[in-house]
Write a new protein. Structure first.
Length: 239
């Protein structure tokens, strides 16, 4: 674990929109791997995400299906993000030039949530930036082009404007057609989205003050060890 001078700023200031509330600048924020069942209270205001963290995150991690990291403010649990290896099927118009495969390698953002008492501070952007950093470091050792996720319809604008994601049009339209066949509301279907880990000018970890020790530790965040990366807020930038 790292503290003191060996700390780094989260990547949020480099996100597409960095307008955020500057009211956590004095708090000690840490991100660490989930190390056991959650016994603390947590409610992000969305039942699926809350129940996942409380009831499924640890069993899934024990089975090797996903890895969860928790965000703490002065040791209090205030958020989490869960990642897993995956792949994505894109239309020909959505694929990068020269891609010869039907599916492309990705890390999936399985679940993410911020406790309701800590919402409105931009911490969701921080967790997304953390996920991008993990996916990019993973891509240095294992092929990985995208960070992907399924968003509920009401959160699509957050991922588009705050995180730089785009909708996987082909996959989403297929999902909508399947919903119509089953007589479900197509507008209620989750929206398939992606973040291109190679898109320039955003979330570039090389521009941050990250110690060499921390750079070496980042690949372990997908589960190849028990290293906890402690994150201290060095500055808050206003736009």
């Amino acid at each position: 674990m790292y503290a003191g001078g060996e700390c780094f700023e989260l990547l949020r200031p480099l996100l597409p929109s960095a307008n955020h509330v500057n009211d956590v600048s004095t708090a000690k924020l840490t991100i660490e791997p989930l190390s056991g069942p959650i016994t603390e209270s947590f409610d992000c205001g969305r039942l699926a995400q809350t129940e996942f963290l409380l009831n499924h995150a640890w069993p899934h991690q024990e089975l090797g299906f996903s890895r969860t990291h928790v965000l703490r403010e002065n040791a209090k649990l205030i958020g989490f993000v869960t990642l897993a290896f995956s792949e994505i099927l894109l239309d020909s118009s959505e694929k990068p030039e020269g891609a010869p495969f039907a599916t492309l390698p990705a890390v999936k953002l399985v679940q993410m949530g911020i406790d309701s008492e800590s919402s409105g501070k931009g911490l969701g952007q921080d967790l997304f930036a953390f996920a991008v950093g993990v996916a990019r470091k993973t891509g240095e050792n294992v092929g990985c082009r995208y960070l992907i996720l399924d968003s509920v319809p009401e959160r699509v604008s957050f991922y588009e404007t705050k995180c730089g994601c785009v909708i996987n049009t082909g996959a989403y339209e297929t999902r909508r057609r399947q919903a119509e066949k089953k007589k479900r509301d197509p507008n209620a279907e989750n929206v398939s989205m992606r973040f291109d880990l190679r898109q320039p000018g955003q979330l570039n970890p090389s521009t941050l003050s990250i110690s060499k020790a921390e750079r070496r530790s980042l690949p372990t965040l997908m589960g190849f060890g028990k290293v906890a990366v402690f994150v201290t807020w060095l500055t808050r930038r206003k736009t």
